[in-house]
Design a protein around this ligand. Structure first.
Ligand SMILES: NC(=O)c1ccc[n+]([C@@H]2O[C@H](COP(=O)([O-])OP(=O)(O)OC[C@H]3O[C@@H](n4cnc5c(N)ncnc54)[C@H](OP(=O)(O)O)[C@@H]3O)[C@@H](O)[C@H]2O)c1
Length: 293
């Protein structure tokens, strides 16, 4: 059996759905909120729920649960590693963060988790995921009203670009790796993904000018990009939790410094045609604009 955590989330839900079609074995979901057909209750904040949730799993797809302070995420992820070992899981596939994100504040809990997994008594595959294309898509969408009115798209991206991947593409890779890990565990053959770390960097990069171009295409009027200073951007994040504001500024800061533009990676080895980020962003903006009309 394969168990997938985080199935009420977008990534975990897509992996769960894909594996139910492709895995060739029983697949159970696990979620902090529980509920739903074939979904077990697994709340990383309540370690006592985890061993039972992982019972019978030979392969575990461990989707990170990163929306919290670092100490909370470390406690959550440490509990998952311990429970997987106690439940006798044979192979854990962890969704981490791509190497280009090494200097992001969110890298710390991911790298800590990778280190705990490396010490554990099961095989491990690390899927180092790119930032989602949905992130710049959200920025572009938020910029629609101002761009429509003034022809300006303002964002704190400096002159840098970020390599992003569609969440669906990252889910598709996780589905393939988990299904193959299952085949190898079940057949007793060589475990082709054991001990591997895959850098799933985005194959296309976008920056402020690219997003302004997308807005211009969708809105049918010229739109110019205006870089916003980080100080001004930080003031606009006052409604967020302090840790969220920190992670958000760290992301803008890394993009502005040009650190999130990646050169190559393993994504094309898994997918015939990774979805171009620009098309995905344009589709999100187009949908947002037409549903607002
Ligand atoms: N690569 C990127 O750009 C990027 C961006 C944002 C986040 N991330 C990371 O990738 C993960 C999945 O992304 P997503 O887009 O699917 O996020 P999402 O839709 O917001 O889902 C959040 C995830 O966190 C899990 N979670 C929260 N609290 C939990 C708890 N106490 N115990 C167990 N699970 C808990 C949820 O799982 P349940 O179903 O169990 O509630 C859910 O899978 C995030 O959690 C985050 O660590 C990556």
């Amino acid at each position: 059996m394969i168990v997938v955590t985080g199935v009420s989330g977008a990534l975990g839900g897509a992996i769960f759905g894909g594996l139910r079609v492709a895995a060739g074995t029983a697949v159970a979901g696990a979620s902090s909120s529980g509920g739903g057909a074939g979904v077990r209750h697994a709340d990383f904040d309540r370690p006592e729920t985890l061993e039972r949730a992982f019972e019978g799993a030979r392969v575990l797809v461990f989707v990170s649960a990163g929306y919290a302070e670092d100490d909370v995420v470390l406690a959550r992820h440490g509990a998952v590693v311990r429970a997987a070992a106690a439940a006798g899981v044979e192979h854990v596939i962890y969704t981490s963060l791509a190497g280009s994100g090494e200097r992001l504040t969110i890298a710390l809990p991911h790298r800590w988790t990778e280190a705990r997994l490396a010490e554990a008594p099961f095989d491990v595959t690390v899927l180092r995921n790119a930032l989602y294309a949905e992130i710049p898509a959200g920025l572009a969408l938020a910029g629609v009203p101002a761009a429509a009115e003034s022809g300006v798209f303002a964002a704190p991206l400096g002159t840098g670009r970020v390599s992003v991947a569609a969440r669906e593409d990252l889910a598709a890779v996780a589905v393939r790796v988990a299904a193959e890990a299952w085949q190898d565990v079940a057949s007793g053959g060589a475990r082709r993904h054991a001990g591997r770390t895959y850098e799933l960097e985005g194959v296309s990069a976008v920056g402020g000018h690219d997003l302004a171009e997308v807005l211009s295409e969708v809105l049918g009027r010229p739109v110019a990009y205006r870089p916003v200073p980080l100080r001004e951007a930080r003031a606009g994040l006052a409604g967020l939790e302090a840790y969220q504001a920190g992670h958000t500024i760290s992301t803008f800061s890394n993009i502005g410094a040009g650190l999130l533009e990646a050169g190559g990676g393993d994504l094309p080895a898994f997918l015939d045609a990774p979805r171009p980020a620009r098309d995905l962003i344009a589709a999100v903006v187009r949908t947002g604009v037409s549903s607002a009309r």
